[in-house]
Design a binder for this molecule. Structure first.
Ligand SMILES: Nc1ncnc2c1ncn2[C@@H]1O[C@H](COP(=O)(O)OP(=O)(O)OP(=O)(O)O)[C@@H](O)[C@H]1O
Length: 583
């Protein structure tokens, strides 16, 4: 958390002014009992109405000044805390963007969302409270004691006994409740995470009739949270009566001894009232201080969790300073355009290899089909090209250079990748296509839509490319979404195009038209087609058959058919189906 505080640097002025104004407000508050004393002892005692009105006016003026100081402090503390949390949010977001897929997999989406939302909010309110109270509350407690001593030293001794007792109760309760609040926070995280996952997977939950199970799980988490909150609440609830008993006892003693002293003329009535007011002020501030410490504890816990994400270093060296352009790298004709050299990939340090000993040469402009059973490593293989993951062993070369030597942005700029899950963003079709190329012309858009076989359905829409896409592309069919994600990848005219099972929702005819259109592109990219369908890859220049993370065979459709048992099995399991569908 301490490391996060450097982000307050830009708000130094606000961070100084907010507590100062709060102290100023507190100073006026400290004078209120003294004015009350004067009203009673001078104004009321002497029946001097003019004096009473004058003192009341002073009191109102002090009140107004105090209010203005308080509002000003509120303004500065809000400005500093909101600004501080905005910087942290931006830093955290940037940092998450800079992480590799392996680090993001390890953290998990729900955790990242919690850190970016509720944890940052917790830090924000902690900073806000600290700026307003960390000087004000001790100032009032000490100031009230001093004022009490200036009124009557002997009576002030009651303060010296009562305050440590109250502090003991308040801070004792906090000692127990702070670890409890950490548990409450963790339970709240569980509830938030399960809520998020349930809402994201709402359709799947319904499709599998898992509503009851999910409701029970959710209720279990909520019950656990409720129990912890009630327990923490009960401990906190003990604090108020216990402290009030001590304060009221101290006030009774003050009034009793005060009355005796008033009778013998050692104290005035106004002084006794002032002493009681100071005692009440102290109690209020100590309770505020306790709440402040609880908030700070929560904020520190949240801050530490944010910090722990910020400290995760991406294992991937992005070569950001390397300005060498992708296309300027010498195309050594003796070397293949893309070469996998003894490549292995392990997702977890102690896990099994997802890919082992992959050797594959790809020439510029070739179309490579990648086929294999589920979990055989097809996506893992193509994800290495844009460096979503780095090889664990061996090397992957493009134009004779290891992918690790390219500036990662430059590398990815030249690769169009269409993932298995079609993800579109809220906005128009055109906006989504601009993701591929932000200065794309209408011609670029039309060409990409034409090749991806999206042109027809986009033109049928009332607003064409200006039609609105809901969040996640909810208002489009699976096949429409896939075609738009393909168009988005094509629009940047990539040198390498990766289609990772991205035409699975297209009918066979549209799929065939798509492949033909890509084949006929003017500057045809080097294409990787990952598919479970043999029909999608049978025309490829090379087909790579993967099994259990290893290459079983490489060849054309004709070469593999009859020779590669796995390819045969896949092909003949689909052949009749394909024939049937075409018919
Ligand atoms: N992000 C990841 N973290 C950990 N393991 C992973 C990750 N992605 C894939 N794997 C594992 O790597 C292996 C290969 O997965 P991959 O997704 O590459 O297979 P695939 O052939 O593309 O499968 P499918 O056809 O079902 O998409 C699997 O055992 C999978 O569990």
């Amino acid at each position: 958390m301490r490391k996060l505080l450097i982000y307050l640097e830009g708000y130094k002025k606000e961070a100084i002014l907010a507590p100062l104004f709060k102290m100023l407000e507190a100073t006026f508050e400290l004078f209120t009992p003294i004015i009350m004393k004067l009203i009673i002892d001078v104004g009321i005692n002497d029946g001097d109405n003019a004096y009473i009105i004058k003192m009341c006016a002073v009191m109102i003026t002090f009140g107004i000044i105090g209010l203005v100081c308080s509002i000003t402090a509120q303004y500065y503390s809000a400005k500093a805390s909101v600004g501080f949390s905005t910087i942290i949010r931006q830093k955290l977001f940037d940092h998450i963007q800079s992480l590799g897929f392996s680090e993001m997999d390890k953290i998990g989406t729900s955790t990242m969302i919690t850190r970016l939302t509720s944890d940052i909010n917790q830090v924000q309110s902690g900073v806000n409270l600290v700026l307003r109270l960390f000087m004000r509350s001790p100032f009032i407690v000490i100031g009230s004691m001093i004022m009490a001593f200036t009124i009557d030293t002997k009576s002030a001794i009651i303060f010296l006994i009562a305050i440590p007792l109250i502090s003991l109760i308040i801070f004792g309760v906090m000692l127990i409740s702070i670890p409890l609040y950490k548990k409450v926070q963790a339970a709240l995280d569980d509830v938030l995470n399960s809520t998020r996952e349930n809402l994201i997977g709402a359709r799947v939950i319904r499709a599998f009739h898992k509503e009851e199970e999910e409701i029970q799980n959710f209720n279990k988490n909520s019950e656990h949270l409720k129990k912890l909150q009630i327990f923490a609440g009960k401990i906190l609830a003990f604090m108020n009566p216990a402290t009030y008993i001590i304060v009221n006892a101290a006030i009774i003693i003050l009034l009793y001894t005060g009355a005796i002293k008033v009778n013998i003329g050692l104290l005035t009535t106004g002084e006794v009232i002032a002493l009681v007011s100071y005692m009440s002020q102290i109690l209020i501030e100590l309770i505020k201080l306790a709440n402040l410490i609880i908030s700070v504890t929560k904020a520190v816990a949240s801050g530490n969790r944010i910090q722990s994400i910020l400290e995760i270093k991406s294992k991937m060296d992005k070569n950001s300073n390397n300005k060498k352009e992708f296309s300027s790298i010498q195309d050594n004709s003796k070397k293949s355009f893309i070469e996998f050299k003894n490549v292995s990939l392990k997702y977890y340090d102690e896990g099994e290899d997802a890919l082992s000993n992959i050797n594959l040469k790809v020439e510029k402009g070739e179309t490579i089909g990648i086929i294999g059973g589920t979990g055989s490593g097809k996506s893992s293989l193509v994800n290495l090209i844009p460096r979503f993951y780095d090889v664990t062993e061996g090397d992957l070369l493009i134009n004779g250079q290891s992918v690790k030597e390219y500036n990662i942005d430059e590398l990815r700029k030249n690769i169009g990748i269409v993932m298995q899950k079609a993800v579109l963003f809220k906005g128009s079709i055109k906006d989504n296509l601009y993701w591929g190329k932000k200065d794309a012309s209408i011609e670029d858009i039309e060409e990409a839509l034409y090749i991806s076989q999206a042109k027809e359905f986009v033109e049928k829409k009332d607003k064409g490319i200006n039609s609105f896409i809901e969040q996640g592309g909810k208002n489009l069919s699976g096949g429409q979404k896939q075609r738009l994600t393909i168009a988005r990848a094509l629009i940047k005219k990539p040198e390498i195009l990766i289609l990772d099972d991205s035409a699975s929702a297209l009918d066979f005819t549209t799929d065939a038209k798509l492949r033909a259109a890509i084949k006929n592109m003017k500057d045809k990219p080097t294409v990787f087609i990952v598919s479970q369908r043999t029909s999608a890859i049978r025309q490829a220049d090379k087909i790579v058959v993967l099994d259990n993370g290893k290459i079983t065979a490489i060849g054309t459709h004709e070469e593999l058919l009859g020779k590669c048992a796995i390819y045969n099995e896949i092909y003949y399991s689909q052949y009749t189906k394909v024939e049937n569908e075409i018919r």
